[in-house]
Ligand binder design. Structure first.
Ligand code: AMP
Ligand code: MN
Ligand code: MN
Ligand code: MN
Length: 304
């Protein structure tokens, strides 16, 4: 057994190792329980992780409990759904103090919004032939957890209406399709405010996954900064290296902090905890250099 020594976090993004600040568990649309996820992260040599379940922190306590005996550091976090100019945007909150201030009510509203949205998605999918859509999705979720679009995608596959998950999103649930219901989500600035109210750091998740032009992405970054956001994911899972370098320039020009993560949901695919494209050489400071996260950055540094 390795000694329970936390490793120092480097002050450069490109040298970052053993860090994954974007992952999902069964508290949202992930396949592993928080404890199973933490065990897998440990097995894979990770030292610092953030559990970023969609619109909930319900898995954080269990992840922390599992991590404490393994010498792994878990940053409490969540990935909040919101909208910006009609686009469904995700904002990761890194929340060392947990849910505090306006975030408490914010998370309650997100769970309500998710419930209302699921009903609307179900109504729309019944229109394309998925009877009892809500019950079917809940069955796919395998429990009472809040429903997400992947649960509806599985229900469509299970009912034989589409051949696979990718087709389910392409035909019915992806951006602009009838099952892409955004109206229940708060505006970008609101969720950033909740995170700040909880003394957390707001990180724009996967800026390359919204189908935006470079110019529009720049506007998103500007609005995110104006709202009080401070960081963005430079790498999320696999990305094109040229586009990643370009994103690094956009973040650098705005003096934003950089974050990184696998966006792991389940085993058996190309992504595992800690799996992501290589970081480009960049002068961007890592998000863990933020004073608010010093308890993580400093934990190992004192021991080396
Ligand atoms: P929701 O949080 O309910 O809006 O669902 C969004 C989630 O659906 C994302 O976090 C992914 O886990 C998943 N997802 C999005 N696009 C796809 C896709 N094309 N294929 C499979 N899963 C997807
Ligand atoms: Mn997801
Ligand atoms: Mn996301
Ligand atoms: Mn995610």
């Amino acid at each position: 057994m390795p000694m329970t020594v936390s490793h120092a976090l480097t002050d450069s993004l490109v040298d970052a190792q053993g860090i994954d600040l974007h992952m999902h568990s069964t508290a949202s649309d992930g396949a592993l329980s928080p404890a199973e996820l933490v065990a897998l992260c440990h097995q894979r040599g990770l030292t610092h992780i953030a559990l970023t379940d969609h619109d909930t922190m319900a898995g954080v306590e269990a992840a922390e409990a599992a991590a404490s005996s393994l010498g792994l550091q878990v940053m409490p976090a969540t990935e909040l759904s919101c909208q910006w100019r009609g686009v469904n945007i995700h904002v990761v909150g890194l929340l060392p103090e947990g849910a505090q201030g306006d975030l408490v009510e914010g998370l309650r509203r997100q769970s309500e919004a998710r419930r209302a949205r699921a009903q609307e998605i179900a109504r729309r999918l019944e229109g394309v032939g998925l009877s009892n859509a809500l019950e079917r999705a809940q069955q796919q979720a395998g429990g009472e957890r809040p429903l997400g679009r992947p649960d509806f995608a599985r229900a469509l596959v299970d009912a034989g209406l589409v051949p696979d998950m990718a087709s389910a999103f392409k035909k019915h649930l992806g951006a602009g399709k009838r099952g892409d219901v955004k109206m229940h989500w708060p505006y970008l600035s609101e969720v950033v405010e909740w995170i700040r109210s909880a003394s957390g750091v707001a990180v724009l998740a996967h800026p390359l996954r919204y189908g935006l032009t470079r110019r529009k992405r720049g506007q998103l970054l500007d609005d995110f900064l104006a709202a009080g956001g401070e960081a963005a994911e430079l790498v999320n899972g696999f990305q094109n290296p040229d586009v990643t370098r370009d994103l690094a320039r956009q973040l650098d020009a705005r003096a934003m902090l950089g974050s990184l993560g696998s966006d792991f949901h389940f085993s058996g695919g190309p992504i595992a905890p800690g799996t992501m494209s290589p970081l480009p050489r960049t002068a961007l400071a890592p998000v863990w250099s933020h004073p608010t996260l010093s308890q993580y950055a400093g934990a190992g540094a004192r021991r080396t």
